[in-house]
Ligand binder design. Structure first.
Ligand SMILES: [Cu+2]
Length: 123
């Protein structure tokens, strides 16, 4: 009885050991999709957005990371009206703005009061 039990345990252990690497591969599967994301970084300081013009591809998920590096700026938020995005920009804390540009053309972004402006050129 106990021999049989340990045989079952051994079988289970083997199954887990074999499934382990497979599960690991399945978890990695979304990685290529993430590689499909286009990324950009924008710094926000007293002069506004740097760069103030970005280029993105249409129909590819985009992640733009905004980092405000100065407290002497009114740009404490970033607004992308076309995509109904409005995000606070805490000092020195990277904030990801994610959306998929739907069509080619210019997409404007700005600080909360539209004093600083930038644009995303979608190709
Ligand atoms: Cu402003």
């Amino acid at each position: 009885m106990s021999k049989r039990f340990s045989a079952i345990l051994a079988t289970l252990a083997l199954v887990v050991a074999m499934a382990g690497p497979t599960l690991g591969q399945q978890k990695k599967a979304p990685a290529p999709a993430a590689a499909n994301t286009q990324t950009a970084k924008v710094t926000v300081d007293a002069k506004g957005f740097t760069p103030s013009s970005l280029e993105l591809k249409a129909n590819v998920p985009a992640k733009i990371t905004f980092t405000r590096t100065s407290k002497d700026t009114c740009a404490t938020a970033v607004v992308v009206p076309d995509y109904k995005i409005n995000k606070e920009l805490p000092l020195n804390k990277p904030v990801d703005v994610e959306f998929t540009p739907a069509k080619s053309g210019d997409v404007a972004f700005a600080c909360g009061m539209s004093m600083f402006k930038g644009k995303i050129v979608v190709k």
